[in-house]
Ligand binder design. Structure first.
Ligand code: UFG
Length: 350
């Protein structure tokens, strides 16, 4: 299959590209590198730098590369930022997304898989959350992802698209080659591992007064490798049948609390990882756990790597081999430092 991965230089996109390349597919990445990293794109995938809003450019790329199917992973994805700057989220996630749909229509490409989010559900009324449950986002991030799903639905109906939206829960882990390198970083696991590496003094636990067994929030973590496998299954599923728009939740259906994550990270890294309880972060639902029964039943998806310890161990291994993430530190004479030899992390303070 000739696949275009929009946003393929980011954490989830680049890992998906690896999976597609390993499975023998021909992959082109389209990314503006605003948050992604050119060096995350594994060969022989090709990187085209461009903006989502540039419909003419996107159309040319789809035609020139004779693309058969698209994976769309390019979105602004920080809840807090979306509340501060909703316009950015509507322009990028809705405006940019519709530009992609128009370009696909112009180029005659109708197969699309979209990276959506559990944030479309807002505060769930019940867990595990099923796809038919109420969607009532509580921030512009979730609202813009849901708005784009609406556009997909209508493109499927009006222009014969076969479209699948995958609603992710909490993504974690890494491959040997690609891992999480965000700036700013807001996610729990990478922040915990920064403390393990001595880059920060302690983890902040946002609230210990939630209605959960240990008082901290519970999240459904899924290994990025399992997510990449789901993307491939979904892309394959778009080749069958009539125009359609389908939604699947992707989680492991096993929730872990913030405290359990910190405790597991101590075991995996052998580091102390001091933690302090601070006040709740606004907008955090107490429990977010997915029912992924539909993805298992209809896509044949089976998470293989989503054990808590394995996700942490893989992310820790990547951190040790990429202590500065994707950035290439320069010597004072301007030559890049060779990062091929793993450097151990520095011990955390006692
Ligand atoms: N947390 C801490 N300390 C930290 C960071 C996080 O205690 O330093 C807690 C959070 O309060 C939350 C849990 O760890 O309870 C997980 O937080 P993350 O920021 O790692 O992830 P979220 O659950 O907030 O975000 C995920 C997805 C988003 C999606 C959201 C839906 O990453 O894309 O679920 O609510 F929008």
């Amino acid at each position: 299959m000739r696949i275009l991965v929009v946003g393929g230089a980011g954490f989830i996109g680049s890992t998906s590209v690896e999976t597609f390349v390993d499975a023998g597919h021909d992959v082109t990445v389209y990314d503006d590198l605003s948050t992604g990293h050119a060096s995350a794109v594994v060969r022989p995938a090709r990187l085209v730098r461009g903006q989502m809003e540039d419909r003419a450019h996107l159309t040319r790329v789809l035609r020139d590369e004779r693309i058969e199917a698209v994976l769309h992973c390019a979105a602004k994805s920080l809840v807090g930022q979306s509340l501060l700057d909703p316009g950015l989220y509507y322009r990028n996630n809705v405006g940019g997304g519709v530009s992609l749909l128009d370009a696909m229509h112009a180029a005659g490409v109708t197969r699309l898989v979209f990276s959506s989010t559990a944030a479309v559900y807002g505060e769930p009324r019940r867990v595990p959350i099923a796809e038919a449950d109420r969607t009532e986002p509580i921030n512009p991030y979730g609202a813009t992802k849901l708005a784009f799903e609406g556009a997909m639905r209508w493109f499927a109906a009006s222009h014969d698209f076969q479209a699948i939206s995958l609603r992710y829960f909490n993504v974690a882990g890494s491959t040997e080659r690609n891992g999480e390198d965000h700036d700013p970083e807001t996610h729990l696991m990478p922040l915990v591992l920064r403390v393990a590496a001595g880059e920060a003094t302690h983890v902040q636990i946002f609230g210990q007064d939630y209605p959960t067994p240990d008082g901290t929030c519970i999240r459904d973590f899924i290994h990025v490798r399992d997510l990449a496998a789901a993307h491939l299954l979904a892309l394959e599923a778009t080749s069958e049948g009539d125009p359609s728009f389908e939604v699947y939740n992707l989680g492991s259906a096993a929730g872990f609390s913030v405290r359990e994550v910190v405790e597991a990270a101590r075991k995996v890294t052998g580091r102390a990882i001091p933690a302090r309880v601070v006040k709740r972060r606004s907008g955090d639902p107490p429990v977010l756990v997915a029912s992924s029964r539909r993805a298992r039943r209809e896509l044949g998806w089976q998470p293989q790597h989503s054990k808590l310890e394995q996700m942490l161990a893989d992310a820790w291994a990547w951190k040790l081999t990429h202590p500065t993430g994707y950035s290439r530190p320069q010597r004072t004479d301007g030559t890049p430092v060779d990062r091929s030899t793993p450097r151990p992390g520095t011990p955390a303070p006692a």
